[in-house]
Structures are given as structure tokens and as C-alpha cells.
Design a protein around this ligand. Structure first.
Ligand code: HEM
Length: 279
């Protein structure tokens, strides 16, 4: 179980607020539903057994009701083919692509990208904590399925199983410099825009869940952690504007939160947590 604090929680609380925490803005193409966005407190419940997770969520909701906290929104998630390979947590998303390869394989690098440090201008109590971004992203799976796998792979910039389009194996780096016009890996593909400079990887760690609410309302509960929102999520999100993937996805909710220290438990979960029900 994990908690994240929303910007609204700090209003009038008399605590020195965080330098970067604010209500998540609407980015290009977003259609944020206020009833599925933001909030004072994010509660994330995850586990191997969906029934146990559901029971825990019901208990938390009951406690919330007794103590006067209103549940603003909640969503169930799962990770298809959830597994760990080479130190990275992997899962298959509703577009049938495996996600997680771009995350760091070792714990030290995970901590380096995600945990707030001394000297970052954040209050003392926040050192060792992490900014969490949640985005409920709906997938146009019918439209996606009309494209061939080859076209889909050019939109993502990787093969479905993670291999690079220039032939580099999963665990190695592609040579984008040798492909300046994007013949092998299109310039507007997801990974090429997300991480153009292979020596300076994006300063975030992702761990998303799939969701399926029926009637075609399926997609991912994108979630990422970083120690600096502007250098982490926001820098990547801005680069992704105009990507080929944009017409197949729509962000409808989510929020910015701050996970207070200690974060050891969720760092472990980032690497090997099971399927579950984040709230
Ligand atoms: C819109 C729905 C999205 C889908 C379907 C998607 C899917 C993928 C896939 C399949 C990969 C390649 C495998 C991997 O490295 O995990 C990937 C990589 C990545 N994605 Fe996304 N993603 C989405 C949204 C986002 C968002 C919102 C961000 C951040 C703003 C993001 C950031 C990244 C990063 C940083 C990488 C790793 C790039 C690398 O190091 O090569 N993605 N994504």
C-alpha cells in the first residue's frame, strides 16, 4: 500500500509546502474529467491476489466514510503478463506492447532518478520522498487494431517484444545517430521522442497498470516517479507532443502527488510488485 499527498492537502495546513507540487495541468490533447482527477490523498493498493486487494480497498473506503473523507475517484488496474526480467518489471498493455524496458535495471539508478535529494530546494521532511504522476489514458483499441503490427511498431519505435527497430537487442541501445531521418525508427515514434539522447535517459521511472471498465473503455493507469517534476515527467510529456501515438490515446484523469519518505517499500514494488488495484 502507498500514499501520495495532493497539492490541495497543503492549503492552510501550515506545513512548508513542496517546491513543485501543484494541481496537474492539462497538457495538449488532454480531456481531464474533474471527477477522475486530482485529490488530497492518493491511496495505492497492490498485490498478487486481486480478491485480497479488493477487500483491502473496501476496508479503506469504509474507514474513509467513518472518518469523513470522501472518495473522489477510484480505478481498478491489473498487469497482464506481469514479470521481472533483467531487474525490470514488465507487463503487456492493451495495445499488446510490453512496457518497462526503458526503466533502469538496478536499484541505485531507480533511487537516483526518483528520490528527492538534499539541496534540491525542497523542505527537509521531503528528502527521500518522490513525486508521483498518475494519468488515466484511454486507448482507441479499435482504431489501433486496424493498423498492421509493422505500422504499430513504427508508431512505438520498438517491436512488441521490446527489440529495437534498427535490430539492436532488447537490453542494448539503438543507434539513433545513424538514422537521422528516422527511416528505421521514425522521428515521431514514442520511444524516439521520449528518450532521444541515449546517454541522458529520462529522469523518471514508470510503472503503469492496465484498466478495462467495459464498453471499450480500456487503457492504462500510467504512473511514474521522479525527484523533479519539471526534469522528469514534464520534460518527457512536452517532447511527446505531436507524437504518432497521440491520435490513439486520450488522457482523461489523474493527478500530481508526493509520496513522503521512506520509499523503500514502493521501490521494491516498482521492481517486483504483483498485479493489483491502485486507487
Ligand atoms: C499514451 C500511452 C502510452 C503508451 C501506450 C506507452 C507505451 C510505451 C512503450 C511500449 C514503451 C517501450 C517499452 C518501454 O521502454 O517501456 C514506452 C517507453 C517509454 N515511455 Fe511510454 N507509453 C505511453 C505513455 C507515456 C507517457 C505519458 C510518458 C511520459 C510522459 C511515457 C514515457 C516513456 C518513456 C520515458 C519510455 C522509455 C523510453 C526509452 O528509454 O527508450 N510514456 N512507452
Amino acid at each position: 500500500m502507498g500514499f501520495g499527498l495532493g497539492a490541495s492537502l497543503f492549503e492552510g495546513a501550515g506545513v512548508r509546502a513542496l517546491r513543485q507540487l501543484r494541481v496537474m495541468p492539462s497538457f495538449a490533447g488532454d480531456l481531464l474529467d474533474p471527477a477522475q482527477s486530482h485529490g488530497d490523498l492518493l491511496v495505492r493498493v497492490a498485490g498478487e491476489d486481486a480478491e485480497v486487494v479488493r477487500k483491502a480497498v473496501a476496508d479503506i473506503k469504509a474507514v474513509a466514510a467513518r472518518t469523513g473523507w470522501a472518495v473522489r475517484w477510484s480505478i481498478d488496474g491489473f498487469r497482464a503478463e506481469n514479470r521481472v526480467e533483467g531487474g525490470r518489471g514488465l507487463a503487456r498493455n492493451p495495445f499488446n506492447f510490453t512496457e518497462g524496458f526503458g526503466n533502469p535495471e538496478n536499484e541505485r539508478e531507480v533511487a537516483d532518478r526518483t528520490l528527492v535529494r538534499e539541496g534540491q530546494g525542497e523542505p527537509e521532511w521531503a528528502v527521500g520522498g518522490s513525486y508521483q504522476v498518475v494519468r488515466v489514458i484511454r486507448f482507441a483499441t479499435e482504431l489501433w487494431d486496424k493498423d498492421s503490427v509493422h505500422e504499430q511498431e513504427r508508431i512505438m519505435g520498438r517491436r512488441r517484444d521490446g527489440r529495437w527497430l534498427d535490430g539492436a537487442p532488447v537490453g542494448e541501445e539503438p543507434n539513433f545517430a545513424a538514422d537521422p531521418k528516422g527511416r528505421r525508427t521514425p522521428l515521431d515514434s514514442h520511444v524516439r521522442l521520449a528518450a532521444p539522447d541515449r546517454r541522458n535517459p529520462p529522469q523518471l521511472v514508470r510503472r503503469s497498470y492496465s484498466y478495462d471498465r467495459g464498453d471499450g473503455d480500456t487503457g492504462i493507469i500510467f504512473s511514474c516517479f521522479q525527484r523533479d517534476l519539471a526534469k522528469g515527467f514534464e520534460a518527457v510529456q512536452k517532447r511527446l507532443e505531436g507524437e504518432a501515438l497521440a491520435k490513439y490515446v486520450l488522457t482523461t484523469g489523474g493527478g500530481y502527488f508526493f509520496v513522503p519518505p521512506p520509499c523503500d517499500a514502493w521501490i521494491d514494488a516498482l521492481r517486483d510488485g504483483g498485479p493489483g488495484t491502485p486507487q
